[in-house]
Design a binder for this molecule. Structure first.
Ligand SMILES: [Zn+2]
Length: 367
């Protein structure tokens, strides 16, 4: 694979970006994981005492190990200050990558109930708000939250033996409480095959009735049926991943016709072995079939990646040029769940940047 030209590297770096699918707890850099572990005297939970060792630990092999690492990191988050810290640092990362707007998925139920850490939802909402506002003031970035239901915790026996509606009900309640603190949608994530979408219908009906948008993960570790459930039963305004919709041509046509965007995370899909290699990934085929595609990084440090890197993947592995990168980047602004005023401002700024590139090109050519 040829390296990108310095000019295209520069273009990708400076392109104003929006990201719709990234997990706040999965975006914590190793250095901050160490800070949190020291803060709470929990270093023994980590297999290494330095960032390089933690990066090594992040090179897991399967979805199960990934979830184990994820739960250890979640367990380090215990106070309002912790939530403020990770939100603020995420904002700093946005500024480094020219990401103007991010919707971050966050799983409140785990912190408040599952891990029994004594964290209250008020600590979480106020901590996230403090970090988000400080990041906006210091870096000019806009952050919003998607509160998501854990599929796995909704089936405590680790199989379809007993569905516990509690995580779903509580998560919706927290999301509705959080609407004044930047929560814009209800999501659901985790292992699809043992926790299918149909069980969660009532809670997504309730979200829709309350006017809260729905953005379920589906079609990642299960096939097309899971995506059908997401769009027909869970009121999906967008689908998280959704790539395995490619397995059903009728579904691909349906997604295109109903203009339901996919939040595609190519590197995550390769790392978690949804596809063996980028050459097998259906990103471009979905795009060419008329499905609205966006590109996202999911859990960047855990995949040794970030959003800028995902744009490089689009250019290097999927053969996209600048105008396609602009179109795909614009999709994310266009299909964000930001309030109308913010969305219009971000889109106008994006379009102005693109127009300035064109003008610069013409000036350079002496036109
Ligand atoms: Zn995800």
């Amino acid at each position: 694979m040829d390296p990108l030209t310095p000019e295209l590297e520069h273009f990708i770096h400076s392109l104003p970006k929006a990201e719709l699918h990234v997990h706040l707890e999965g975006a914590i850099e190793p250095e901050t994981v160490l800070t949190l572990a020291q803060r709470h005297a929990m270093e023994e939970r980590l297999p290494a005492r330095d960032a390089a060792g933690l990066r090594q630990w992040f090179s897991y092999r399967d979805f199960g190990t990934f979830l184990e690492i994820y739960m250890v990191i979640q367990d380090l988050l215990r106070t309002r200050e912790d939530f403020a810290l990770i939100a603020y640092e995420n904002g700093a990362d946005m500024a480094r990558q020219n990401i103007c707007y991010r919707e971050l998925t966050f799983t409140p139920y785990t912190h408040v109930h599952f891990q029994r850490k004594g964290v209250r939802i008020e600590d979480i909402l106020l901590g996230l708000e403090e970090g988000r506002q400080r990041a906006k003031a210091d870096f000019g970035v806009e952050m919003r939250w998607v509160f998501d239901i854990s599929r796995n915790l909704s089936f405590p026996d680790n199989g379809m033996l007993r569905y516990d509606p509690e995580p779903g009900i509580r998560t919706l309640d927290y999301a509705l409480q959080g609407r004044d603190y930047g929560v814009v949608a209800l999501g659901i994530g985790g292992y699809e095959p043992t926790a299918p979408g149909r069980y969660f219908r009532a809670v997504f009906d309730a979200a829709q009735a309350a006017g809260l948008p729905c953005v379920p993960h589906a079609g990642e570790n299960d096939g097309a049926q899971s995506v059908w459930d997401a769009i027909n039963l869970l009121h999906a305004d967008r689908v998280g991943h959704g790539v395995r919709a490619w397995e059903d041509p009728t579904l691909v046509r349906e997604l295109a016709a109903r203009r339901i965007p996919l939040e595609i995370c190519p590197t995550s899909n390769i790392q978690l072995k949804v596809y063996p290699a980028y050459a097998d990934h259906p990103f471009r085929r979905l795009d060419e079939a008329g499905v609205i595609v966006t590109v996202n990084s999911d859990d960047p440090p855990l995949f040794n990646a970030n959003l800028t890197q995902e744009y490089r993947v689009l250019a290097q592995h999927f053969g996209y040029g600048k105008s396609d990168l602009v179109r795909i980047a614009r999709n994310a602004f266009l299909h964000s769940l930001a309030e109308p005023g913010t969305k219009a401002r971000l889109l106008a700024e994006f379009d102005a940047w693109v127009a300035a590139q064109e003008t610069g090109k013409q000036e350079a050519a002496g036109v």
